[in-house]
Design a protein around this ligand. Structure first.
Ligand code: MN
Length: 143
């Protein structure tokens, strides 16, 4: 058995800019991507998000804290917050990130294959996705 003993991943990697994220993002490898399958805990600062990308084997996101969104190329928007589960289909182009007013932490489980990174999410696309998020029914009002 191995334990990190303090609830944190062994290695916290900060990303600023580059070709995968916009804004400041912290990633922790919880299960290394051996055989293409792996688990990461990722924390996005407010307004931070991934570039457009696709996972050839698909992905499962589990919201841990804060508020964010997952957006696909067809314009679909799914909120992500504590307890939310969002599945991405194999090969589906998408991005995920935090809303401007909150951090967001999720667990990312990638289901085999590789991640292909595409272009940056523009400010206009980010703003449009936030608008669609605001138009969704508020799940906290469901009974
Ligand atoms: Mn993804």
């Amino acid at each position: 058995m191995r334990s990190n003993g303090n609830g944190r991943g062994d290695d916290v990697v900060e990303n600023r800019g580059g070709s995968t994220f916009t804004g400041v993002v912290w990633g922790e490898v919880l299960l290394p991507h051996a055989d293409g399958t792996g688990v990461n805990r990722v924390t996005f600062s407010p307004g931070a998000r991934t570039f457009w990308h696709r996972h050839t084997g698909g992905q499962m996101l589990l919201g841990v804290a804060g508020r964010g969104l997952v957006v696909t190329r067809d314009g679909s928007v799914a909120p992500i917050s504590e307890g939310a589960v969002v599945h991405g289909e194999a090969g589906e182009e998408h991005w995920h990130g935090a809303v401007p007013s909150s951090f967001m932490t999720h667990l990312s489980t990638v289901l085999g294959g590789a991640t292909e990174w595409l272009g940056e999410v523009s400010e206009a696309d980010y703003a449009a996705a936030l608008e669609r998020l605001r138009e969704l029914p508020d799940p906290s009002r469901r009974t």
